[in-house]
Design a protein around this ligand. Structure first.
Ligand code: CTP
Length: 431
């Protein structure tokens, strides 16, 4: 396994900047690609922008040229002596088309090569990412579904569009994800493909569920019991899984982070809501990773009105009852045979045992396949971009992940999950 941090864009040739081709097609979201371009160039990528003729109706060549710092290739007839229709694709380390219209997806799926961008797609041998944006009807049309399936089957990455306001008054699925999140997605793919890490698409066609954040248990309409979980680790897990080809459902408890590109985000507040969403998704899930911190206790009664201070200074009693243990429940039920279930344990160690001893006992108690143990003495992990952990496995092994980014830890966790999925998917009953 490579030790390259997957969230750091590794240069394919030492000393050279990663070469990215940004294809832009003719949709209103073309203006958002300017922000994506800026993120690539500011983080040291060499970007060649290839807008289609229709894209230039929305955003002109000077914008792409100024932001990329390079001339913009717009057709196959410019600089023919440099053979741009072949060279641009051949030299790329990553091609990303954002936004990708239904028309572009159809052309790519059928191998058409009528312009510079489609030529580039045919000559590229690097990872290719499509970030579609279109109206919901077009996205859901059987023709588009078939084209997306064809592209994915060939190993291309097609990011699921986000839901929300579309051009005009309608809302639905079809929005271009946040450019910052498309950038994160591309960075993951680029780093993974250049780091020599195991197969980039090892979660292709897998359905995974990740929970993130901390739940709130309400005492009254304005007050709650909560915890310090930021959701960063869960979001890193969701991003990493999406970059490895999985369909990702992210059940997010009170997280103030942008939706990762291509990930279905279900916001929840309480442990009861988190449980309901995780249980609803469990039958279809190849893996469930419980990175959330669900509150273990909830007030026995919730006051409908705001609790007032008493004139005599007396303090209202706080009676609590225990919440269900979601991880334990999904591990015991295993509604989908062969699914891989992962828990997290934030431990400080105490008089009953060390951090790892408590982790091992928790793994057995919960009945999951993997338990990611964090030492949280001093509260170092919460809200921090970095994390270090030990992944304990149900068969008694342990994998130490030294301090690094939460993205790196996320990939190490998916490495372990993917290895177990392969086993369960190919396991044939013996006769
Ligand atoms: N978890 C859960 N449901 C709960 C509490 C925790 O599914 N009601 C999951 C968390 O998402 C995490 C794992 O269980 O993956 C361990 O969480 P932790 O809080 O360390 O475990 P607890 O069972 O609460 O153990 P402790 O008594 O140490 O607090």
């Amino acid at each position: 396994m490579s030790d390259t941090r997957p969230d750091e864009a590794a240069s394919p040739i030492p000393g050279e900047r990663p070469r990215v081709v940004l294809g832009v097609t003719g949709g209103i979201a073309a203006y958002k690609a300017a922000e994506l371009l800026r993120r690539f160039t500011e983080s040291g990528h060499d970007v060649t922008v290839v807008p289609t003729a229709a894209a230039l109706q929305f955003v002109g060549a000077p914008t792409w040229s100024a932001l990329s710092g390079k001339p913009v290739a717009t057709d196959v007839w410019t600089d023919v002596h440099q053979v741009p229709h072949v060279r641009i694709g051949q030299e790329a380390d990553l091609v990303v088309v954002a936004p990708a219209t239904a028309d572009l997806l159809a052309q790519a799926a059928h191998g058409l090569a009528g312009d510079l961008l489609t030529n580039t797609l045919l000559t590229a041998r690097c990872p290719v990412v499509f970030a579609p944006a279109m109206h919901t009807e077009m996205w859901e049309h059987p023709a588009t579904r078939a084209n997306v399936a064809t592209l994915r089957a060939r190993g291309n990455l097609v990011v699921e569009p986000a839901e929300g306001r579309l051009t005009g008054k309608d809302t639905g699925k079809g929005r271009l994800p946040d450019p910052a999140e498309i950038y994160e997605f591309c960075s993951e793919v680029l780093a993974r493909s250049t780091s020599g890490a195991s197969l980039a698409q090892d979660l292709l066609d897998r359905d995974v569920v990740v929970s993130a954040g901390g739940t709130r248990e309400y005492l009254d309409p304005v007050r709650f019991l909560g915890n310090r979980s930021s959701g960063l680790q869960g979001y890193a897990l969701a991003r990493a899984a999406a970059a490895r080809g999985a369909r990702v459902t992210l059940v997010a408890a009170n997280v103030a982070l942008p939706d990762p590109a291509g990930v279905k985000v279900i916001p929840v507040e309480t442990t009861a809501e988190l449980r309901a969403q995780v249980l609803a998704a469990a039958p279809g899930a190849d893996a469930i990773v419980m990175a959330a911190a669900p509150a273990d206790f909830t007030p026995s009664e919730v006051s409908e009105a705001k609790i007032k201070k008493a004139a005599d200074g007396s303090v209202p009693p706080l009676r609590l009852r225990q919440n269900p243990d979601i991880l334990r429940e999904i591990s015991a039920e295993r509604v989908r045979p062969g699914s891989v279930i992962v828990g997290f344990a934030a431990e400080t160690g105490d008089h009953t045992g060390t951090v790892l001893e408590l982790g091992r006992a928790k793994l057995e108690r919960k009945g999951c396949d993997l338990l990611v143990v964090n030492d949280v003495s001093g509260g170092a992990v919460f809200g921090s971009p970095d994390n270090e952990a030990v992944i304990l496995t149900a068969d008694g092994a342990s994998v130490e992940v030294p301090s690094g980014s939460k993205g790196r830890l996320a990939h190490r966790i998916w490495d372990e999950v993917a290895a177990r999925m392969t086993v369960s998917a190919s396991a044939e009953p013996t006769i």
